[in-house]
Each structure stands twice: as C-alpha cells, then as structure tokens.
Write a protein that binds this ligand. Structure first.
Ligand SMILES: *[C@@H]1O[C@H](CO)[C@@H](O)[C@H](O)[C@H]1NC(C)=O
Ligand SMILES: *[C@@H]1O[C@H](CO)[C@@H](O)[C@H](O)[C@H]1NC(C)=O
Ligand SMILES: *[C@@H]1O[C@H](CO)[C@@H](O)[C@H](O)[C@H]1NC(C)=O
Ligand SMILES: *[C@@H]1O[C@H](CO)[C@@H](O)[C@H](O)[C@H]1NC(C)=O
Ligand SMILES: CC(=O)N[C@H]1CO[C@H](CO)[C@@H](O)[C@@H]1O
Length: 848
C-alpha cells in the first residue's frame, strides 16, 4: 500500500513538474521532508540568473562555514549532524595552504588536516560543499593561509600580477583540484562539491595594485576555469568577476546592500554573512542577535537571493599557532554551534525555523514572478506569484528600526514588530516572523569538575635567560622578527651586553635608569641581568609599541635580554609579505653620561625556547628537564601537572584566569595561545576558558603543560565541564504557531496540526529529561533566560501546568493559552501576554 502511494505521489510530481527543468531521477541520500539530500551518481551543477541548478533542479541553499582544522575529526560527525538538523544543506570551507604544505613540496593531509575525509563525511551526512581554495583565505588564520616560505620566494608580491606569485598560486590550485578529482569529490564525479572559489575579497585591496589588479583578477579567473573542476566558480566581493565566474556578496547586511551579480545570467549568492564578529585579544564580547541575522537573510531571499552562508556556523578553536595577528584562540564562539559544538539557542533554532519557512516557500520562489507593493515608509510587501495559480509566497517587511506596524494586505491585517519580516508561503499564512522567536533559548553553564581538579601536583622549570655569548646568531643591530623565526615558533631572543663604570650610574638616590625598547610588534618581555623587568605589547590595530621600564644596573657588565614574541602572522590587507615585527631601537636613559643608544651595540639572537626544542609539553620531552615544586609569579616558566578526565561526556575547558600569557598543551596537543592579562575595555580578559577537546584526553593521568611568559598562579587553574542544560522559552501571544505546524506537498500548502496556537516548545539534549521547572509565568514577565521575573500581570497556576506538561520528559509543548494557564475568565484585559518558561535538563535518575 505504502509503496503504491509513494509511486502515485512520484507520478503526480512528475506531471506537476511542468517547468523546463528535468526531474531528478537519481537515487538520493537522506531525501526526505527536510529537502536535504544529494545525488549519489555523477551530476551537473549549472546556474542562471535565478539560482544554482543542481542535477537539473533549482535549489535554495542554507550554507554554513565549518573549518576542518578548527576541530578534531572526532567532533566532525556531531557538528555536521547538528548542522543538517539546523536546515543546513551546504558546508563551506576554505583550503588552508600553510597546514597542507608547510615546506615546499611536503604535503600533509593527516588528522584534522584531512580535508578529504571531512568532505566525504559531509557527503555521507547528505550535504553539499563549497570549496574555497583561495589560496588567500584571510580567515583570521596565520598569514591568511600562505605558507611562510612563500614570503621568501625572491621578488614575490602576493596577490597581484607577479610571476613568482602566480607560479606558486597555480601550482597549489592544481595540486588541490587534482587531489579532489582523484578522490572523486566534485559533483560531475558523484561527489558533494558544487562550487569552488578562487581568491577572496580581492576588491578590498585591488586599487593598491593599479592596472595589475584587474589583470590579476582576469588571470586568476582564467586559471581557475582552466583547472576543469566541472563546477561553477565564485569570487566573493569581486564586482568584475570575469566570464562565467559568479561575484557574490560578503557582509552583515547583504539583504540591504548587495547591488546584485554583474550579469543577469548569474544568481544572487551571499557567501559570508557574519554570525557575529571574530574577536582579537583586547576585545569586549560581541554579539549578533538571531533576530538581526534572520531579518537580513529573509530580506536577501525576498530580493532574489537563493543562497546564504553563515560565517561561521561553527567557529571552533585555533589550536597551536594557527590564528593570525591577535585573533583569539576561540573562534566565532557566537555562531549557532558554539566553540564546544553545543547549540547556541535561540540563534540555532531561530535560523532552523527560518530555513523551514523559506523551504515552505520554495515553489513560489522559483515559479513565481517577483513583485513589490510599497505600503508606506519602510513598509513593503515583496512576493513571488505565478499569475493564474494560487502559487504565491510573500515577505511582509517592516524595516523601521523602532516602530511596529499593523498593515493590511490583500484584505487581511498583519502585525509586524519593529524591523521584522513575516514569511507567508501561501501569501495568507504567517509561518514565521523574524523578530518573534519561537525557538528555545539556552544558557551555557560551566561546572568545576570533581575528578579533574583533584590533587594536582604542580611543578615548574624555568627557561635559561640567554646572554649575548650564548646566542647563536650575531648581528650589529636587532633582526626583523618574522625573518628570524620563519614561523617555526612565536619566540625569539634579542641579547646584548653593556659595561658600565661606577660613575655612569646615577648618583642621586631616587634617579633610576630607564630601559626603552621600540618594537614593531607584537609583544616583548624584558630581562636585565637575568631578572624579569616587565612586558609590553601592541594591539591588533597598532602592532608597534614602545616599552619603557625602570631597571637596576650595576657597575661592570650588564646583560640585557629581550624576548620578542609574535601572536600570529598578519592575515589581512595589502603586501602581507612586507610586514615587519620585532625590536629595532633600544636605549638606556637616565645615566650620568646621558642616554646610551644600544641599537647597533651588537646583538645576539636565539630562535625559540629551550623547552620548545626539547618538547617539554610531551611526556617524553618533559623527562629531559629538572622540575621543582611550582611557585607562582615566575616569568618564562614551564609548569606541569597530571589530571584525570572530567566525569561524564560533556565538553571540557580549562579556566586559565589565574595565568597571564602563554601556551597550553594537553598530552602533547596544543590548546593554542592563551592571553588573559590583556584586558578588554570592560576590564575583563577577552578569553579565560580554553577548550580541551575530549579527543585529546584519556581516562587517567593526562599531562597538562603551560608555558607562562609573564607570571601566574597555576594552583588556581581549574578544569570545567560545559553544558547548555538551562533552557527557556519566551512566547508572546502574537507569535505565530511553530513553523513545523505546516507543510507543502506538491499540490498544496497545508497545516498538519489540529490547533494553530502559539506554543512554547522545549527540548533537552537527547540523553536528558526536564528535571526541574525553574520559572514559568504567563502575563507580562520580564528578563532574559536565566533572569526571568514576574511582571504586574502574573498567572500563579502557570508553573503547575508547565510541570504537568514537561517534568520527566525529554521534550514538551505548552500552548500559550489563557484558558489553560489561568483560572480567571478575564485575565489582565488589555495586556499583551507572554508565556515564559525556564527549565533545567538532567540525566534521568535511575529507578531503584
Ligand atoms: C531526514 O533525514 C535525516 C538524515 O537521515 C534525519 O536526521 C531527519 O530526521 C529526517 N527528517 C525527516 C523529517 O524525516
Ligand atoms: C628579481 O628582480 C630583479 C630586478 O628586477 C632581477 O634582476 C632579478 O633577476 C630577480 N630575481 C629573480 C630570482 O627572479
Ligand atoms: C529580481 O529579479 C527580477 C527578474 O530578474 C528583477 O526584475 C528584479 O529587479 C530583481 N530584484 C532585485 C531586488 O534585485
Ligand atoms: C575561572 O576562575 C576564576 C578565578 O581564577 C573565577 O573567578 C571564575 O569564575 C572562573 N570561571 C569559570 C567559568 O568557572
Ligand atoms: C568581519 C568583518 O569584517 N565584519 C564587518 C561586517 O560588516 C560590518 C558592517 O557592515 C562591519 O562593521 C564589520 O567590521
């Protein structure tokens, strides 16, 4: 019977598919009501002025950026499952040249650098891929993705019509495209890659190269097309993208600002829609609300858009030394999946609902003609209608930032909150309003782990401060730091010595000599006669700085040692290959003989730290050092301890609030750079907790090693487990019912539930149940998840009702219905009401 019906529906949809496009006849993976699924046989990807056409069918794309090196492979399946369940059908990733080819011709595709495994997994999960090969990728990634050695290629100028650069760019592009073909990962080979990108936001720097800019763009476009990948190529932020290459929009508000593709035959695609703002050390928290994102995306689709990409959908972690200049170790934690891969609600759920609403509108979007009715200032309806049919979808748009409106369109009246868009897949029924969140909210909780914080035995070993004689590289003046370190380490010593006579030293009791060091960046730690004097640093904006500190000098030979420190090579702007860093001018002021200029005093240089060379961060390497009981407040010191894995399975972080600046490793895996002494304007560290992926841990006796540069207290370090078990719902009575209340079959748009009431819906993680209702009220409660308070109008029964509906269940639905939630006939007349709920999820207690 069931088979019969399926056949019948399939026949019917063939009959209905009267558009010029061929119907998909191939088998599909994950082809179900979510509309997600990719052909399992070779297929073609083309496009026209309306959309991409995949295997003969138009498709709406909800794309998410996830970068394979920013999470361990063990996390990939869960991240991709969550993305798919969030309505994502396309994953966008860069190709990170500098991790794949660290030295010319030496390729690495292992572990979390295994891009092929990542792409195959995306295919298994039923999603497509956009491959952004750059090779310039920016991405807050070390050197914008360029390997260090590229900088030393003679006569090279990056990203312009320069022969050495073009030679290496082409070679890299060929290797990547060839390997992708060998692995059969492009659409015409039955793989998931449907688009590829060359260059990246080149319009930002093009003018600097005058006539060589446009000629480079032409060359890059032709070179890419010549690689015969068999899928469309894109160039983002590239108004003059040549030939068939699609120019796409990057930014926060492409719905408002994008002036469209440069040819009527190219579709409107949005390749980077920032879900927040990446952060650098010294930044305060940044947020982008789910409402603002949803508004921009809805507007983009209302104006012919057919693809949006969330940058990032999951940011992850900049392990090791992979982040660029000053970028934090945690990357886009504000994305729909947070750094730990947990659902950041309501952003995740609201966007999932938006994708569902847009998919319900897919048929009119592709069949209808776009039309606009302007209803007033900042009020308009954009709709797609097929004349003579009831195929019609509308976007009711109120772009006023502050004032809500009630509009009448086609005889019906609609309330539109401020700056919002309502989506009507049948031009009658509101299934979603971008400002009205139906999805649940969540709070992130950190818990100190019992097991992992038990009985730490901290020990330390200190770096030897070198002298000029023990520094292998000698020069008259201090050397440029990038060239000195060649991206093999963040640390380089500058050493010099100066002989003073007693009469050089200040006679007056309170006069002290000053050490002044001008540096082009990024940070510096100073030592005089082996004693730590102090540290200073530049910023993301202004990398250079001048260090000044009073110092103690003696008569005889004085040793000065400066530890130059990089926090990631630059990743943006023009002439990346010409950036400079490190110490240049050094003086001692306030001596009796006046100021001594040490700039050409003769300098020793030493690349890297001894502890790095002996790999103190590994079990084996740490045997090579002598360790003693740890003391706090020591500069350039290695600390270590052992710990057991935290209980449970939730994600793990280490709280480094008590430390200052340095690097951390667990079992030899780098957790990245930490920098808690760099405070934001709010007086708080930009990042205190550092992700320790479960994949790095064994059950017992894990090794934690820190290199602390300035001085901290390791005894106060704590391991944390992380959950989002506090979940909330906040449903105003003007909210539409959940978007899942509707479906579109080939014939019609229809409801699938009996009652179309607004509802609170709460869902715990799959292994947990609602253990406690912490707050529930109906009326005019105020606050946000975690801090709800009853207002003036308050329903005392609400909590009991919510408990009946929800306690002990993994998920529940509570109608925002006065009759259910209050006893009163006339409950707070004239007040617009909201149902607010906060619950706590927990593992079910085992029954005895
Ligand atoms: C669609 O398929 C995916 C992958 O198998 C699954 O997770 C999802 O629940 C399915 N959705 C529906 C509506 O059947
Ligand atoms: C670099 O450029 C200079 C000046 O144009 C030229 O003389 C030299 O041969 C070039 N070097 C290489 C290795 O191409
Ligand atoms: C959408 O596409 C149609 C048909 O090409 C065009 O007339 C209209 O101007 C486009 N709308 C916008 C906002 O670009
Ligand atoms: C991290 O530790 C500091 C003290 O060192 C403490 O004040 C802070 O609350 C801790 N953070 C978390 C998330 O536990
Ligand atoms: C990452 C980034 O460059 N974000 C930019 C996004 O757009 C807004 C406004 O258009 C800028 O202020 C951000 O800097």
């Amino acid at each position: 019977m069931e088979g019969c019906r399926v056949l019948f529906v399939a026949l019917l949809c063939c009959l209905l598919a009267v558009s010029a496009l061929a119907h998909d006849k191939t088998g599909k993976k994950h082809d179900n009501a979510t509309g997600i699924g990719i052909p399992s046989k070779p297929y073609q990807v083309t496009y026209d002025g309306r959309s991409l056409i995949v295997n003969g069918k138009r498709e709406l794309f909800f794309s998410g950026s996830i970068h394979y090196p920013r999470s361990p492979p063990e996390m990939w399946p869960d991240l991709l499952d969550k993305a798919r369940e969030g309505g994502i059908n396309l994953i966008q990733t860069y190709v990170f040249w500098n991790i794949h080819e660290p030295l010319p011709g030496q390729w690495n595709f292992e572990g979390n650098y295994d891009i092929f495994k990542f792409i195959r997994l995306i295919q298994e999960k039923g999603m497509y891929v956009t491959l952004r090969i750059g090779p310039y990728i920016e991405a807050e990634w070390n050197h914008g993705g360029f390997p260090y050695w590229l900088r030393e290629v003679p006569n090279i100028t990056f990203r312009t019509d320069n022969e050495p650069f073009k030679y290496h760019m082409k070679k890299f592009a060929e290797v990547i495209i060839d390997k992708m073909k060998e692995e059969k990962l492009f659409a015409p080979q039955g793989g998931p890659i449907v688009m590829a990108q060359i260059e990246n936001e080149y319009n930002n720097i093009q003018l600097a190269f005058k006539e060589k800019g446009p000629s480079y763009v032409q060359w890059a476009g032709n070179m890419a097309l010549g690689l015969n990948a068999g899928v469309p190529w894109i160039m983002c932020k590239q108004k003059d993208a040549p030939g068939p290459i699609i120019n796409t929009c990057n930014g926060r508000h492409c719905g408002e600002t994008f002036t469209g593709p440069n040819s009527p035959n190219k579709p409107s695609l949005w390749t980077e829609n920032w879900t927040a703002q990446y952060r650098v050390f010294g930044d305060p928290p940044s947020q982008r609300s789910a409402e603002d994102l949803a508004f921009s995306v809805a507007l983009f689709f209302a104006k012919n858009g057919t693809l949006t990409n969330y940058y990032m959908y999951h940011g992850g972690t900049n392990f090791g030394r992979t982040s660029s200049a000053f970028a934090t170790t945690r990357y886009y934690d504000e994305a729909p999946l947070d750094e730990y891969g947990l659902l950041r609600e309501p952003k995740y759920g609201h966007l999932r609902d938006l994708h569902t609403a847009l998919k319900l509108s897919k048929k009119p979007l592709f069949w209808g003609e776009p039309k606009v009715d302007v209803l007033g200032r900042k009020l308009e309806v954009r709709y797609y209608e097929k004349p003579g049919t009831d195929v019609c979808a509308a976007f009711l748009i109120n772009s006023h930032p502050k004032i809500p409106a009630t509009i009448t369109w086609r005889g019906q009246s609609y309330f539109l909150p401020r700056r919002s868009i309502s989506i009507l897949p049948d031009c009658k029924t509101v299934v979603l309003n971008t400002q009205t969140i139906n999805a649940q909210h969540s709070l992130r909780n950190f818990h100190a782990s019992h097991l992992a914080n038990n009985n730490h035995q901290w020990v330390m070993t200190q770096e030897t401060i070198p002298t000029v004689r023990s520094s292998p590289i000698q020069e008259k003046h201090p050397l440029e730091l990038h060239t000195l370190l060649k991206d093999t380490t963040d640390y380089g010593w500058y050493t010099t010595a100066i002989e003073l006579n007693p009469e050089d030293l200040p006679f007056r009791k309170f006069a002290v000599p000053i050490l002044q060091v001008a540096s082009l960046g990024h940070a510096l730690h100073a030592f005089v006669n082996g004693e730590y004097v102090g540290s200073d640093h530049g910023s993301h904006v202004e990398k250079s700085f001048v260090f000044r500190k009073p110092i103690k000098l003696k008569s005889g030979v004085n040793h000065i040692a400066l530890l130059g420190n990089l926090v990631g090579l630059p990743n943006s702007g023009v002439y990346l290959e010409r950036r400079l860093a490190g110490v240049h001018d050094v003086q001692i002021q306030g001596l009796n003989t006046g100021t001594i200029d040490l700039s050409i005093n003769g300098w020793g240089h030493k690349v890297g730290l001894d502890g790095e060379k002996s790999a103190l961060f590994t079990e084996e390497g740490s045997q090579k050092a002598k360790w003693q009981k740890a003391q706090p407040g020591k500069a350039i010191t290695w600390y270590k301890t052992h710990f057991d894995a935290p209980e449970g399975t939730s994600p793990v972080a280490v709280n480094l609030s008590s430390m200052a600046k340095g690097m951390a490793w667990v079992n030899g895996h780098s957790l990245g750079r930490y920098w808690v002494s760099y405070l934001s304007p709010l007086g708080k560290p930009t990042q205190s907790e550092y992700h320790v992926p479960r994949a790095f841990l064994k059950e017992k006796n894990n090794l934690l090693v820190l290199l602390e540069e300035e001085g901290g207290d390791p005894e106060k370090i704590q391991f944390l487990t992380i959950n989002r078990d506090t979940i909330c719902s906040f449903i105003p009575d003007h909210a539409p019912p959940p978007v899942s209340s509707w479906r579109r079959t080939k014939e019609k748009f229809e409801t699938v539930v009996a009652d179309l009431k607004p509802k609170a819906r709460l869902t715990c993680p799959s292994d947990k149940i609602i253990a406690h209702v912490q707050f529930a009220d109906y009326g005019d409660p105020v606050g946000v998840c975690g801090t709800y308070l009853p207002g003036k109008c308050h329903a005392p029964n609400a909590k009991k009702v919510v408990e009946q509906y929800c306690l002990g269940k993994n998920a529940c639905e509570v109608p925002a219905d006065a009759a259910l939630l209050t006893n009163e006939k006339e409950f707070c007349p004239g007040v617009s009401k909201t149902l607010a709920i906060q619950v706590r999820c927990a593992h079910a207690k085992k029954k005895h």
